[in-house]
Design a protein around this ligand. Sequence first.
Ligand code: SF4
Ligand code: SF4
Length: 245
Amino acid sequence: MENIFNNKKNEPNATPIINQYDNLKENYYRIFIEAAESIRSALDKFKPESPCTLCTKKCNLETKDIFTDYPVGCKYKEWQAEALSYLNGEYREKLKANYRTIMDKRSDFACNKCGDCCRLAVSEYSYEQLKQRAFRGDKYSDDFVSVFVPYESEEAARKANPEYFDALGDLVESKTYYYYCPKLKDNLCSDYENRPDICKNFPYNPLKLLPSNCSYNEWRNVLSKQAMLLKAKTDIIEFYKQKLG
Ligand code: SF4
Ligand code: SF4
């Protein structure tokens, strides 16, 4: 959502939305396995090397897996604690650095000022829910309701960008609400200096669907593998935290 100077619809390099989704889906499973293996190998570095020759507990566990329920005092239980501490500390910091790299790279690409993101925005929340979330202090919701208003009907939303609308309907499983910004006038942001952070920082996730004319599709294409790896690692460490915490 940059300043909108003109309407460059139907750019020759536009990425059809359905292709964006197919590319992500095809790669995610493979990347998830890659992420799981890399985390397991990072945690194996903390694993005790010597067999339990001195242990009197004689648990007879054949597989010393990180998710095994070890008895108190067992050195493998210490391994679990060390692994958890590593994931919550150093590893999480690495993931944050990865995220910053992805977002910093966005500045290598420029908005083509098509206005599509102002014309059709989506949320899993209704307008009332967004206002309640904003009231409770949610910054994103507060920004959102400060500029966007709901379309009167799904037909009206579809007219704004039929391809984007249809793709969202096909691909997003949850209920979707459609919005537009009345500050878009003659394809210009009429309040550019005062636009909120959600406009300045759009798009903020290289895994979300974008309108096909959006020039940040190029950013997505370049960074999507890195972003998928980051998402997979983030999901996996949440799983480890639940199991080991
Ligand atoms: S304030 Fe409205 S028109 Fe301006 S950039 Fe944000 S969404 Fe677009
Ligand atoms: S959809 Fe993308 S290219 Fe178009 S105005 Fe929004 S950020 Fe810029």
